[in-house]
Ligand binder design. Structure first.
Ligand code: R5P
Length: 315
């Protein structure tokens, strides 16, 4: 089996390939002067893509990642169907189709937070993007999707995988926290699984988001006096959620506070802001970021193995 990637998930793709013992091929990606993207499957990769099932690792973030992912899937489907016609008549123009076997693995699924329609007429963006991608692959793997329920009725199988076991292993080895905190109810399952794996205490806060930059946490007594605490979330964007949670922890006596997440978006100076409130920031490389200290490859590999079994492609 073979792993391929474009411009936005090369590190995750090589970590996945390493976890599975497969080969990793980079597809050619470029930008035209008007910013439109170009992709091409190099000649030396075409045979590999026809000989065995293929996993494309690609993010739907930023927006250009959505277009690039669609273009790469389309080109992979053409190659596997043997549609190779080209104006320069290079190589065979058609070949027999090789059947099913295109899996899309998305380390960071952009648009995942718009997973509900709050007002009439709104797009349920997470579902809209996923439906587009599903027209061009046989199965999908998504790492720590914000709210998996939004993709519960897809036309193809979807495997939801999580890097929380890797976060737990990393935190245990580097911080050894006494207490894990979920900064809101949405992260309870993820954060409590980390606490369970580490074997430490756990609690959560109730968060109200006023706008993208304003967060209010309901006051709650936390038994953190003199303790080292790690706040665990699926993603950190502006850092507002973590900063407010860290304030609550410090005011109740926490002596050391760390923040850990799968997806480090770190928008608009978030890392500098975070470091005024926490002692360490830990993330996977689901998307390129300055705090990539946890390998997401093993988590993605678990999801790929599950989907191969579901598609009847496992060897
Ligand atoms: C929201 O429910 C997510 O799980 C994160 O808590 C949120 O997206 C983090 O955003 P920010 O860092 O901007 O507070």
């Amino acid at each position: 089996m073979v792993v391929v990637s474009g411009s936005n998930a090369g590190t995750m793709a090589s970590e996945l390939a390493e976890s599975l013992g497969w080969s990793h091929h980079a597809l050619e990606t470029r930008r035209f002067p008007d910013t439109e993207g170009y992709i091409r499957i190099p000649s030396e990769t075409i045979d590999a893509l026809r000989n065995e099932p293929v996993v494309l690792v690609s993010n739907t973030f930023p927006d250009s990642g959505i277009v690039e992912t669609l273009l790469m899937l389309d080109a992979i489907q053409d190659v596997r169907a043997g549609r190779l016609q080209n104006l320069r008549e290079i190589g065979p123009q058609t070949l027999p189709g090789v059947g099913k076997g295109v899996i899309l693995a998305v380390p960071y699924f952009g648009y995942s937070r718009q997973d509900k329609r709050f007002k009439p007429g709104e797009s349920i963006s997470a579902r809209a993007i996923a439906n587009m991608l599903a027209t061009r692959c046989d199965g999908m793997v998504v790492l720590d999707l914000h709210a998996p329920a939004v993709l519960s009725e897809m036309s193809i199988p979807v495997s939801f995988t999580s890097a929380m076991p890797e976060l737990a292993g990393h935190l245990k080895a580097s911080v050894n926290p006494d207490f894990i905190l979920s900064p809101d109810k949405g992260a309870i399952d993820r954060a409590s699984s980390v606490a369970q794996q580490i074997g430490c205490e756990f609690s959560y806060l109730e968060k109200t988001r006023i706008d993208a930059h304003t967060i209010i946490h309901k006051a709650k007594d936390l038994d953190v006096d003199g303790k080292s605490v790690a706040i665990v979330d699926d993603m950190i964007a502006t850092g507002g959620t973590i900063c407010r949670a860290a304030e609550a922890l410090r005011s109740q006596g926490a002596v050391e506070v760390h923040a850990a997440c799968s997806h480090g978006l770190f928008t608009g100076g978030a890392i500098a802001r975070l470091l005024r409130y926490v002692d360490g920031v830990h993330a996977t490389g689901s998307l390129p970021n300055a705090r990539d200290v946890i390998s997401g490859g093993p988590a993605l590999a678990r999801g790929v193995n599950d989907i191969l079994v579901e598609l009847g492609l496992s060897s």
